[in-house]
Structure formats: structure tokens, C-alpha cells
Design a protein around this ligand. Structure first.
Ligand code: G6P
Length: 609
């Protein structure tokens, strides 16, 4: 939530900061702002709306070769210019950008007001600027002033600060919210995500919690909150710059949907052992014995990641016969969880930075639980704070609406479940059949993508319908929920996804003639029951769009449209079924003319609780 960016070096800061902010815009896009420093003056431009609005409002670059910028997802204070970052202290000596939430804001604000400070905004971040400014006024250096300010706050903060009187220094700090420094020969960058730094450098330093860095043109120094020096490792974060570009696609979401065959292929590379009918997850190697002793598994995550966790829970229980549940990380974190030594906890998060997921994993670790991670972002907090785990390698996902990360996360749970199943009672031949099915997924996904035209036609017909229902059974219940989530997120259509069995306990009352319903009817053990559900829907006049085997005559006769799926192993149907639902949501939003990659009120990385 919120993107921060900074630059110090020999080039014009304005262009670099804006280019970084554009790559961070998925983190928030209510408003944006930049401060540069030249001739001992802080030069400020801020604007409500996307970064393009800021560029329009400030067509001339702000002068200076040091600067900071911010793209906002509002938490404290409405969306207005006065609440835009960067914020300055009352003496206008320091400017800061902040990502996070200051929990003790009221107390700090009251104290500062009592001391005569008049705040210009309603934000918590301005308090931080004021605290830093006060430190500088007492003669502290910027690093020290930021350190003192960070010690006073409770909550989360990733910040970058700039001092009018010191044109050769930026200071960044991290409590909770991610901060990464990019190193060049005689320049440095700082941002809340390595993605923003990809075009500039692959040498990066990721700050840990409670670290503060003084950043110069080409070097840096890090201390902790107690002023002890910290040695930091410079990591090489490999570039794949073209992946973060939209190319010929109209939207990132469409590009990311179409990238799924490649993403799944990459995600799987070297991880399947077809001859043994098993999977090889490098990250798990050092923990094989522990995994052997695991008696229960708990997957947890938020939003789309929670749905991938639910698919994983089904697979793990069904095929590995290990009792497994999926938990909403936000609830898990706050309900005093019972943590058991014989349970493996698996945190799932595309970004690896979702605050609720991190909070749950910290709580479980605190109680001695073993936590593994599944994430897309290399070096993310989740990757750093879990005992072991696996990267899904889906490539950067820019659209707020998650697509390829969902299927890649489901794939990770498939690989994990297969490994667990083969450690227990799945036979080699059953394991081989599953492994082969996984290997064939990229080609089968390509066949699903060939249905884009049909999905577009259905979207044109039903876009903006006042309600859409999604139903499935077994492993496809969460896929139905994910289909509904996509439609809500980007097309703003009220939608519900559920088990076909749950309809008769209430939601069936919503069905009226012509109401669009998506039904997931793979030819597996759930089919018979789904057929029953289709009859219930048909009797009430629903317009049913089914993802099913084209040869399934009974389904064909019951429904209004079939999106055909290729023959497949039952365990992989969630990955195939997700695709038409993604395409339907995409084309619905496109038909309605919405901002698909940046849906209203949302942000990709929710770093607040
Ligand atoms: C936000 C995004 C969702 C995402 C969820 C969890 O709500 O809008 O698309 O599924 O966060 O994100 P994570 O990065 O933890 O998977």
C-alpha cells in the first residue's frame, strides 16, 4: 500500500523518481507527489489522481539530482492535495514519504499540537515529518533525527527523508513496511519494491525491520534503532525488465492472463520427477524429516491467495490424506491461534508483504510453529521470515487483480501436496499420473486461452448484470469464489462464488430467469452432484455458462453455453477452470470501460491491517 521512491546521484531526480513511481503505482493510485532539492530549496509537486495527473500538473521537471516521491493509497485523511505526500515539517526543512500506519498517531499529534505545531494535513505521516524536523532543529544529523522519530512511533513505516540543508544524503528506514536500496557506481535509488529499481540496477540491499540507512550517491551505511552499525549483504536481483512492461497488450491483466502457460511452465521447471511420480521442491530439502512427521497442514493467506490456499487444503487432504485447512490470515492473526508442533503452517502471498499474512506468520512463529512460505516476490518479507518455502516464479504481476499468481500459487500447493502424498500412501503410478498432468498443464492452459473470444462474447452479453453467481464443488469451490472476486474487483458487479450444494440454503433465492451463472463441471467425482445443481438452476431459469468436457452430452443439454476444457487429471482442474473466469471478468470490465489494472478503492499490496 503506497509506493515510495527516492534517488540521489548525478542525473535529474524528477524523471527517475517518476519512472519508479509508475512501476509502483499498483501499490496505490489515489494521488502522487515528488520533492526534489536544488539550491537549498525543497521543490514540491503534488496532485490528486494517477501519476499521469501529476505529470500534467507539473509539466516542467523539478530541478535537482536528489529527490523523493510517493504514490498513495489513502488511509489517514481523504484524497486531497493537502494529504498527498511528500509531507514537510513545519519549518519546511525536511520532507518525507511514508508507507504504513502510525498507530499512536493521536497521542503524538496531541502532544505536538500542545507544543504549538499546526498541521497542514490529516495524515499520520506529517507527524513523522514533524518529529524528524524537531530532531534536526536540535542539531541532530538526518540519520539520527530519523532514528529518534522511528523510536517514537508505534505501527508500520517505510520512509525516505530528505533534508533541505544536506543535498548529499537521503535517509530511509523500515519498521514493517518494505524498503530496498539500489546501488549504482555513483548513484543510489530507494523504493518500496525491487520492481521499481529493475531498470536501474540489479544490486540491491533489502532493509530489515528496525534498520535505518544513510544513502549517498553510490554508497550507504546502515544502523539499527539502537544506533549499532549493521552489515548488509548486497543481493543480485535478476533483471527481467520486459516482464514488467505491457507490450502490445491493452492491459497488464490481459497480458498476465495470457502469460499463464509460460508462468506455470517456469514455475514447474526442475520441480517434477515424473519417473518417481513426485515433486522436488528445493526449498524443502533441508526439512524433509520434519515434513515426514507433520500431522496437519494449515495454509493461510488473504484475498486471492486465500482462495489458492483453499484449493491447496482440498488437494492436501484429498490426495495426501493429511488433515489440512485454509485460514484467512487476517482472522488467524487475531484469534489467539492454537499452534501445534506437529502442524506445518504455510503462508501464501503473491507480494510477500500483505500485513495480515505477515502478522499471522509472526504470531505462529512466536508460538514456536513451523512456518513455510509460498510467494512470488524474491526477497519479500514473507520469504525472509519463513523457515523454508518456495517461490512461484510467476514473474512480476502488475495488475491489481491477481491472475497468473493465483494459478502459480495453486501449482505450488499441488507440488507440495504431491510430495506429501508420495511420502505417505499415494502409489507411484498414481503419483506419476498426477505429475504427468502437471507437466501437460502449459499446453492445456493454451487451449483454455483459445476460449478468449467466447468469454468476451459472454461478457458483452452480461457485463454490468446486477448479479452473477459462480458455483463449483470440491477443489473448485474456491475457484468459483475467485471468479466472483475478479468480477467484483474490476467490473464492480455484485457476485458470489460458492459450492453448488450451498445454493439451496439461501443463495438460490437470488436466481431469476436470465440470471448469469458460471458452473464448473469437470468430469470427475464432483460431476454427478454438479449435474444436480445445474438442474436446480435450470428449473429457475438461470443462464448457465459451464466449464466442462465438450463431450459431456448431459451437461451440454442442461446449460446455455459450454466453455470446453481438455481432458485432464482431476487434481489440476482448478488451474484450468480459473482461466475462463479471469477472461470473463476482464472483458466485462473492458466492456464497461473501467480502469482494469487500477480498480477503484483497491491496491495490490495491502501493507496495512
Ligand atoms: C489485495 C489484492 C488482492 C490480493 C490480496 C493478497 O487485496 O488486491 O488481489 O489477492 O491483496 O495479496 P498477496 O500479495 O498477499 O497475495
Amino acid at each position: 500500500m503506497c509506493g515510495i521512491m527516492g534517488y540521489i546521484g548525478g542525473q535529474q531526480a524528477w524523471d527517475i523518481v517518476l519512472s519508479g513511481l509508475k512501476r509502483l503505482e499498483y501499490r496505490g493510485y489515489d494521488s502522487a507527489g515528488v520533492v526534489t532539492l536544488s539550491e537549498r530549496k525543497l521543490r514540491l509537486a503534488r496532485q490528486v489522481g494517477h501519476i499521469s495527473a501529476l505529470e500534467k500538473a507539473q509539466p516542467e521537471p523539478l530541478a535537482g539530482s536528489i529527490g523523493i516521491g510517493h504514490t498513495r493509497w489513502a488511509t489517514h485523511g481523504g484524497v486531497s492535495v493537502k494529504n498527498c505526500h511528500p509531507h514537510r515539517d513545519s519549518s519546511e526543512r525536511v520532507a518525507i514519504v511514508h508507507n504504513g500506519i502510525i498507530d499512536n498517531m493521536e497521542a503524538l499529534r496531541a502532544q505536538l499540537c500542545a507544543e504549538g505545531v499546526t498541521f497542514r494535513s490529516e495524515t499520520d505521516s506529517e507527524i513523522l515529518a514533524e518529529l524528524v524536523g524537531r530532531g534536526l532543529a536540535r542539531g541532530l544529523a538526518l540519520l539520527e533525527a530519523v532514528r529518534e522519530a522511528m523510536r517514537q512511533i508505534e505501527g508500520t513505516a517505510g520512509i525516505v527523508a530528505i533534508d533541505r540543508d544536506d543535498p548529499e544524503l537521503l535517509v530511509a528506514a523500515r519498521i514493517g513496511s518494505p524498503v530496498v536500496i539500489g546501488l549504482g557506481d555513483d548513484e543510489c535509488w530507494v523504493a518500496s519494491d525491487p520492481l521499481a529499481l529493475r531498470p536501474f540496477t540489479d544490486r540491491m540491499v533489502i532493509l530489515d525491520d528496525g534498520e535505518i540507512a544513510a544513502i549517498f550517491a553510490g554508497s550507504f551505511r546502515t544502523v539499527d534503532l539502537d544506533q549499532r552499525d549493521r552489515d548488509k549483504r548486497v543481493e543480485k536481483i535478476l533483471h527481467q525488465p520486459e516482464e514488467a512492461e505491457r507490450g502490445d497488450y491493452e492491459h497488464f491483466m490481459l497480458k498476465e492472463i495470457h502469460e499463464q502457460p509460460r508462468a506455470i511452465d517456469r514455475s514447474m521447471r526442475g520441480r517434477l520427477d515424473v519417473s518417481m511420480g513426485s515433486s522436488i521442491l528445493g526449498g524443502l530439502k533441508s526439512h524433509e524429516q520434519q515434513l515426514f512427521d507433520v500431522k496437519n497442514v494449515v495454509f493461510f493467506g488473504c484475498g486471492t491467495s486465500l482462495y489458492s490456499a483453499q484449493v491447496g487444503a482440498y488437494l492436501m487432504s484429498r490426495y495426501a490424506r493429511v488433515p489440512c485447512v485454509a485460514e484467512d490470515a487476517a482472522e488467524l492473526a487475531v484469534r489467539n491461534p492454537i499452534v501445534e508442533r506437529s502442524t506445518l503452517y504455510v503462508a501464501i502471498s503473491q507480494s510477500g508483504e500483505t500485513a495480515d499474512t505477515l502478522s499471522a506468520l509472526r504470531e505462529i512463529r512466536q508460538r514456536g510453529g513451523l512456518v513455510a512460505g509460498i510467494t512470488n516476490v524474491v526477497g519479500s518479507s514473507l520469504a525472509r521470515e519463513t523457515a523454508f518455502g518456495t517461490y512461484v516464479h510467476a514473474g512480476p504481476e502488475i495488475s491489481v487483480c491477481s491472475t497468473k499468481a493465483f494459478t502459480a500459487q495453486v501449482l505450488a500447493t499441488e507440488l507440495l501436496s504431491l510430495r506429501f502424498a508420495r511420502m505417505r500412501d499415494l502409489s507411484a503410478s498414481e503419483g506419476r499420473a498426477w505429475a504427468l498432468a502437471l507437466q501437460e498443464l502449459p499446453d492445456k492452459l493454451k487451449l483454455m486461452l483459445e476460449q478468449a473470444g467466447a468469454c468476451e462474447e459472454l461478457a458483452r452479453r452480461f457485463a454490468g448484470h446486477r448479479f452473477t453467481m459462480f458455483v463449483g464443488r470440491g477443489a473448485n469451490v474456491p475457484v468459483a469464489a475467485e471468479g466472483a472476486l475478479k468480477l467484483k474487483e474490476i467490473a464492480y458487479v455484485p457476485a458470489e462464488g460458492m459450492s453448488g450444494a450451498a445454493m439451496k440454503h439461501g443463495p438460490l433465492a437470488l436466481i431469476e430467469p436470465g440470471m448469469p451463472v458460471w458452473a464448473l463441471v469437470p468430469p470427475d467425482e464432483t460431476r454427478e452432484r454438479m449435474i444436480g445443481n445445474l438442474r436446480e438452476l435450470k428449473a429457475r431459469g438461470a443462464f448457465i455458462m459451464a466449464v466442462a468436457d465438450l463431450g459431456d452430452k448431459e451437461v451440454r443439454e442442461l446449460v446455455d453455453r459450454v466453455i470446453p476444457m481438455p481432458s485432464h487429471h482431476a487434481a489440476v482442474s482448478p488451474i484450468l477452470n480459473a482461466v475462463p473466469l479471469q477472461l470473463f471478468a476482464y472483458y466485462s470490465a473492458r466492456h464497461l470501460g473501467y480502469d482494469i489494472d487500477k480498480p477503484r478503492n483497491l491496491a495490490k499490496s495491502v501493507t496495512v491491517m
